[in-house]
Write a protein that binds this ligand. Structure first.
Ligand SMILES: O=C(O)c1ccccc1N[C@@H]1O[C@H](COP(=O)(O)O)[C@@H](O)[C@H]1O
Length: 219
C-alpha cells in the first residue's frame, strides 16, 4: 500500500518520512495553508526523497498554467495533485501540458459526492478521497477531519483510490478495515501543531499501519 506524507517543509521530517517507508512525499502550494512552501524548498526536499526512490507530489488548488509551469520546472515533481474544483477537461489539459500523472482530489461527505468521480475515471491517473472542509475553513484539504469511510463500501471495486482526511496513528487501522484504498495520505495527523510535522508522530503513523497489516494477515 502506498503511503504519502503531505505538507513537508524540513529536512528532519522529510528524512523521518523516508526512513518510515513512505512511497510519496507531498508539498503544498496554497498560500493560505500553514504548510505552504516555496518551490525551491519543495525541489530540495522532494529531490532528497526522489534520490531514495520516493515520488514527490506537488499539491495545488485550481492553479493556472503559469503557476504550474514554475512548479514543474523547478521542483520536477513525479505527480501533480489537483485539490480544487478542476474539471475533467482541466485534468486532461494538465496531463498533456506536463506529461505527468495527475491525482484528482474529491471532498466526500455523502454518497452523492462519490457520484461526482464518474467523469474523472479514465481521465485522472489516480483519485484521492478527502473529507469535505468544515464551513469555517479556508483550506480545501489539510483540515484533519475524517469522513464516513463506510460510504466507500458502495464503490465499484475497480476504482483505485488513495484515502485521506483526518488519518492518524489512532484511526488508520479502522480506516483500512472499513475501506480498500491503494494508498493512504496524511498531513495534520502527523503534526504537533498546524504546519509543524513531528518525527515522533510520523514514526507512530507507520507503526500503526504495520500493526494493522499484521492484524489483517492474522485474520
Ligand atoms: O494540507 C494542506 O494544508 C492542504 C492545503 C490545500 C489543499 C490540500 C491540502 N492538504 C491535503 O489534504 C489532505 C488531508 O489532510 P489531513 O490529513 O486531513 O490534514 C491530504 O491529501 C493533503 O494532501
Amino acid at each position: 500500500m502506498d503511503i504519502k506524507i503531505c505538507g513537508l517543509s524540513t529536512i528532519e521530517t522529510t528524512d523521518a518520512v523516508i526512513a518510515g517507508g513512505a512511497s510519496h512525499v507531498g508539498f503544498i502550494f496554497f498560500e493560505k495553508s500553514p504548510r505552504h512552501v516555496a518551490v525551491e524548498t519543495a525541489a530540495e526536499l522532494g529531490g532528497r526523497a526522489q534520490a531514495k526512490g520516493l515520488k514527490s507530489v506537488a499539491v495545488t488548488v485550481n492553479a493556472d498554467d503559469a503557476y504550474l509551469d514554475n512548479i514543474v520546472h523547478i521542483m520536477k515533481p513525479d505527480l501533480l495533485q489537483l485539490h480544487g474544483s478542476e474539471s475533467p477537461e482541466r485534468v486532461t489539459k494538465v496531463k498533456q501540458r506536463y506529461g505527468l500523472p495527475v491525482m484528482k482530489a474529491f471532498s466526500i461527505s455523502t454518497q452523492d459526492d462519490l457520484a461526482k468521480i464518474t467523469p474523472y475515471i479514465g481521465v485522472a491517473d489516480r483519485l484521492l478521497f478527502d473529507a469535505k472542509a468544515p464551513k469555517n475553513s479556508e483550506l480545501p484539504g489539510g483540515n484533519g477531519v475524517s469522513f464516513d469511510w463506510t460510504l466507500l463500501k458502495g464503490l465499484d471495486p475497480s476504482v483505485d483510490y488513495m484515502l485521506s482526511g483526518g488519518l492518524n496513528a489512532g484511526n488508520v487501522g479502522d480506516a483500512i478495515a472499513h475501506s480498500s484504498p491503494s494508498g493512504l495520505d496524511v498531513s495534520s495527523g502527523v503534526e504537533s501543531e498546524p504546519g509543524v510535522k513531528s518525527t515522533i508522530l510520523i514514526a507512530s503513523f507507520f507503526e500503526a499501519i504495520a500493526n494493522a497489516k499484521k492484524r489483517e494477515s492474522n485474520d
